[in-house]
Design a protein around this ligand. Structure first.
Ligand code: EPU
Length: 416
């Protein structure tokens, strides 16, 4: 199994181009199921999760063609409406085929995702919403068995803010009869990106980006050409790395307007930022100042950036208090960072991080995607060698991470 070896303690310097957003590409790929016309995408990142989504759609009969960042999906001939356990267990976002399959074909059989390393992550809100739209849903042998005639628009108040839940229901509503109103909807930029792609396909959606989304169902959707938005979490990860390790880094092809909460915390940590229309430059000299934060749904501070900021706080001047409110078990990286010499006390879902003068390299293990990113940031600031195990987590969500960091002067390599 591949590992990542980092010799840390050097500042980062140079320019990096941001990839397309994983969490926008995945729902947008699933939206291809809503139409019998080709959906042509650009800026699709080369990630393990994107490959998994391609495989999932492929085994349903979708013709998937890939050429660099371009991908064409053609769901004209669907031969299976099943998302099997083998694929869903490797990627929970597979549940995003449920809404589109049900809306277009009136049936779907999707494996229940089951447990997850970062928290329970049930999909009850997806199910509840589809039921409100007239679907009959049963759980049988670990599968969500869903059936419906044409889905009917409904007013759905979600119990909590769920990103993929909002996306699943928005896709289903696009082909439903009548109007659907999603209340307490997720406002994440990836929801907006999906809504834009659906609009390009002919869907009638208002309010994406606010907490009330109104979808007027249409009889059919067309194909479209669509460019996936830049990855705000990848962007934030590079910025956090530069803030922790010091140096000057410029990110291009980014969407700065989706990163307000992250940028505010970086400024608080003492970073100098220059924000352009699609670029962000960061300059950091000296030790960062500790920042305290609470994760929250967008536009709050992203849970997907929490681990990277814990690494920043680990070497900062002062004490930072980090509270995770989205997932109940997303602090596993703290224990690994302790192995690097970080002074972190965990109380429930809060971490108290006392900055130390230096971290020291050690062997650590990645437990999930963003935990891995946090460990990479910690490894970049630690003196000596850090060896990160289980980096397949990293490959799920970061395109060519070691190449991009290498281009910034980091000493980082993949080892067998
Ligand atoms: N929840 C429920 N019931 C539901 C759905 C969610 O109780 O039916 C709970 C979850 O257990 C969690 C909270 O609601 O406590 C929010 O979860 P959400 O549904 O928003 O998460 P998600 O849609 O499964 C997406 C991203 C995650 C990101 C979260 C939060 C995708 C493919 N994944 O997950 O990204 O952390 O939103 O912003 O969009 C990652 O990229 O590493 C990643 C985990």
């Amino acid at each position: 199994m591949d590992k990542l070896r980092i010799s840390g303690g050097r500042p980062l310097e140079g320019e990096v181009r941001v990839s397309g957003a994983k969490n926008a590409a995945l729902p947008i790929m699933c939206a291809a199921l809503l139409t019998d016309r080709p959906l042509a995408l650009a800026n699709v990142p080369a990630l393990a999760d994107v490959a998994t989504a391609g495989k999932l759609l492929g085994q349903m009969g979708v013709a998937v063609e890939r050429d660099g960042g371009r991908m064409t999906l053609d769901a004209r001939r669907i031969t299976s409406r099943v998302a099997p356990y083998e694929l869903v267990k490797t990627m929970r976002a597979s549940v995003l085929v449920l809404g589109p399959l049900l809306a277009r074909f009136g049936e779907a059989r999707v494996s229940l995702p089951g447990g997850c390393a970062i928290g329970a992550r049930p999909v009850d809100q997806h199910i509840k919403g589809l039921q409100a739209m007239g679907a009959a849903i049963a759980i049988e042998q670990g599968y969500i068995e869903a059936r419906a005639g044409r889905l009917r628009g409904a007013r759905i108040v979600m119990d909590l803010v769920t990103v993929t839940g909002t996306e699943n229901l928005m896709m289903a509503a696009a082909l439903a009869e009548g109007t659907t109103v999603l209340e307490n909807a997720a406002r994440e930029p990836e929801v907006v990106d999906l809504a834009r792609c659906l609009a390009a396909m002919g869907a009638k959606i208002e309010g994406a980006g606010s907490d009330v989304i109104r979808v007027e169902g249409v009889g059919r959707l067309e194909g479209a050409d669509y460019r996936v938005m830049p990855d705000r979490i990848e962007t934030g990860t590079f910025l956090a790395a530069a803030a922790a390790a010091g140096g000057r880094v410029r990110l291009t092809g980014a969407a700065p307007q989706t990163l307000d909460a992250t940028l505010a915390k970086l400024r608080e940590a003492g970073a100098k930022l220059a924000v352009g229309e699609d670029s962000i430059a960061i300059e950091m000299s000296g030790r960062p100042a500790s920042v305290s934060l609470r994760t929250a749904p967008y536009p709050g501070f992203a849970t997907d950036m929490q681990a990277q900021f814990m690494a920043l706080d680990a070497v900062a001047e002062g004490t930072g208090v980090i509270t995770e409110t989205i997932f109940e078990n997303r602090m596993m990286h703290a224990l690994e960072m302790q192995r690097l010499g970080a002074d972190i006390t965990i109380q429930g879902t809060t971490a108290v991080v006392k900055g130390v003068g230096r971290l020291q390299g050690a062997n650590v293990m990645a437990t999930d995607l963003r935990a891995s990113a946090g460990l990479v940031v910690a490894g970049l600031v630690a003196q000596g060698e850090t060896l990160i195990d289980r980096i397949y987590h990293l490959d799920r969500g970061y395109e060519a991470l070691e190449k991009k960091l290498g281009a910034l002067g980091a000493r980082i390599e993949r080892v067998k």
